[in-house]
Design a binder for this molecule. Sequence first.
Ligand code: SAH
Ligand code: SF4
Ligand code: F3S
Length: 465
Amino acid sequence: MLKATFHLKTFGCQMNVYDSSRIVELLNSFGMKEVVDEANADVIVLNTCYIREKASAKIFSELGRLYKLYDVAGKRQPVFAVLGCVAKAEGENIFRRAPYVSIVLSSQKYHLLPELIANAIHDVELVSKEKEEERKAKKEIKKKYKLSHTMNTELSGLEKFDCLPQSTKSDKVAFVQVQEGCDNFCTYCVVPNTRGREVSRSEESILAEIDNLQRLGAVEVNLLGQNVDCYNGIGEDGKPSSLAHLIKNVAKFDNIKRIRYTTSYPSKFSDEMIELHRVEPKLMPLVYLPIQAGSNEVLHKMNRKYTREQYLEIIQKLKDANPNIQISSDFIVGFPNETEEDFEKTLDIVRRVKFIQCYAFKYSPRPNTVAAKMEGQIDNKVKADRLRRLQSELRKSQDEFNKSCVGRVMSVLFSDVSKTNPKYIIGKNEYLQPVIVPADASIIGTICDVEIESASYANLRGKLV
Ligand code: SAH
Ligand code: SF4
Ligand code: F3S
């Protein structure tokens, strides 16, 4: 048992959020307690993101800030552990840039964290006891952790699941990782480097996790993967499975009322999934299908393996199968050589598809990616202008959809009391829009029908029916 406290900060995507929740359970199972106070922890764990330059720069400024916090207060420095995508991408560089960091661990290996923390705490104590030995001991520590970072590089990313404790509590909305890594190598993206090649968990392992979570109260499950359509684990019959096959089995749990999956890749979206959206009522009618850009030239340079026409065709098929389906997406503006005409095609796609929730980013050149070395990098001013124009177009279509909900009866999973007025309860509908109703807190955790009475850009309001 480790009698130490830890403070964990999570950056990046839902994958990291999921990993962090498993890390908390793991450290708890070793007797460590999570603390909210970042200035009073024995161990500081940062679960990091490398996707854009800002995201990774933030990690180093955060490390510096936290280090100073203890330094200024004259306290003993905590053990600093850097996990996640920056850990994988920057590796030992982190020890150079932030010498007080003692643990660097990629997402594939976070199950090794308790052991590394135990060693680090022991060594930090040694260091503070024996001043004259300090320099030598520190050197030893560095050697050890550098070693632990590199020694298991052949781990596939799935082995950690065998080492994690079962969850002992669950939120109403549970996230479950089904697949990890990416083989698509979009020319701008670091994920194939930070998360490695695609690997899928077995259905048996995923269904056991969901079974446990639904017994603990989960009513909605979100199946996570960088490339969730490429899920190809082993089914319960020992044969290769697919995302649709897995979802059909998840739908068999009576307590699970809603199923989502994130993130899809357009050309990997199968007819089997389209059919499932026609027949499976538990499958929520919001499909998160990032297009990135509306111009075929840009898509080609991004190494996205579909055209705008093919993208529109998938959406048409989905809407034919289930007219309630709505689409959300990610966009990148200012990819190298993107012309004004190319960009207009992105705006055109937005006008056609009428996406309901999107993320749009300025292209950020990343180390060791093909696009970063391309000629024709776009000026930041142009990127900023395109981002603003795209966001205003996206806002219009989201606004339009929100307004079209007025008068409809929607199903809402309630989760929180309103912070501004405790007489109001907040939940999410089928499309993940926040819905606010006057009600008693007893409805929290249940799914109720709500008649929508008004809509703004940010949320919907209505009454229970
Ligand atoms: N696997 C998912 C998304 C993973 S990353 C997919 O293929 O769609 C999340 C989003 O970050 C991407 O959809 C993309 O829009 C954005 N992104 C990735 N790399 C980026 C970069 N170098 N610059 C700007 N945005 C980027
Ligand atoms: Fe990155 Fe492309 Fe893989 Fe998505 S599909 S994670 S954008 S390489
Ligand atoms: Fe960031 Fe890694 Fe996710 S780079 S977006 S945390 S997969």
